[in-house]
Write a protein that binds this ligand. Structure first.
Ligand code: SF4
Length: 265
């Protein structure tokens, strides 16, 4: 089926906003089939979505981004999910020459030095691989919830995603709470990330995630050394700054040089 135009997406968004997660997912799978995928980092919301989607369509696609810096527990969980759902998880990795250029120029733990370098690392290891994954899709499904952080309060269940070429972005759990997702996962005996038991409430890369403390927000353990409340990696936002764009342009030039050396070599 051809890609939906903005008016069709707006109409679907209006129809589906008050519908439950199953209906939103069902519409997405019926409308886009294999051109739609759940994109997950295997937090509790991702487990709920995989379970719901596989009941509707056992062939529903699941994609994840392996940044190369994930905690070992996430890799173990991917294996558990593959076995539990008899599912082929599609793994997208960052572009090798871009990672090499970034590490050579800025060092392996650049994210601790300043926020622009942290965003650069997220861009190279997460945002650009996601863009690559979405070029082959017409729709992607996320586990975003409106109460998941300040940048997420306006999340709609069906959105047009201009940052990714106008694909449809589906957030079927937008009106769920974290407690609802955990309750669903427990009642359906879904595997949960082992780090939850150690007090982690939102889990990304190992060096950039810590457990949260009593009274802290759900995402307070992500990039905890930063003073800003905006604990986001850029996956759900447009490119955030001119400085980042400049650093990215430099890295892209260096990555292109490395690629051509490899080809010649
Ligand atoms: S979370 Fe940390 S290690 Fe992972 S991509 Fe972002 S800055 Fe890099």
């Amino acid at each position: 089926m051809p890609r939906l135009d903005p008016a069709e997406v707006r109409a679907a968004a209006g129809r589906l906003e008050a519908e439950p997660a199953e209906a939103v997912l069902g519409w997405a799978l019926d409308t886009f089939g294999k051109r739609c995928a759940i994109v997950t980092s295997f937090q509790v919301e991702g487990m709920v979505l995989i379970d719901l989607a596989r009941q509707l369509d056992p062939g529903a696609r699941v994609v994840t981004i392996d940044t190369g810096r994930l905690p070992e527990e996430t890799y173990e969980l991917i294996d558990t999910v593959r076995a539990r759902f008899d599912l082929e998880v599609e793994v997208i990795a960052p572009d090798g020459p871009s990672v090499e250029a970034m590490l050579t120029r800025h060092g392996p733990n650049l994210f601790h030095r300043d926020r622009s370098l942290r965003l650069l690392c997220c861009q190279v290891r997460k945002v650009e691989p996601l863009k690559r994954a979405l070029t082959g899709l017409d729709a992607w499904v996320t586990g975003l919830r409106r109460d998941g952080g300040p940048a997420r309060t306006g999340t709609g269940k069906v959105e047009l995603d201009p940052a990714h070429g106008g694909v449809v972005k589906l957030n079927p759990l937008a009106d769920w709470t974290r407690e609802q997702a955990l309750a669903y996962a427990r009642s359906h005996h879904l595997p949960l990330h082992p780090l939850y038991e150690q007090g982690f409430t939102s889990i990304g890369c190992a060096p950039c995630t810590r457990a949260t403390r009593a009274g802290e927000g759900e995402r307070a353990g992500r990039w905890w050394w930063e003073s800003t409340e905006d604990r986001e990696c850029g996956l759900h936002q447009q490119s955030p700054s001119e400085r980042l764009d400049t650093a990215l342009a430099e890295l892209r030039a260096e990555a292109a040089r490395r690629r051509s050396e490899l080809e010649l070599g």
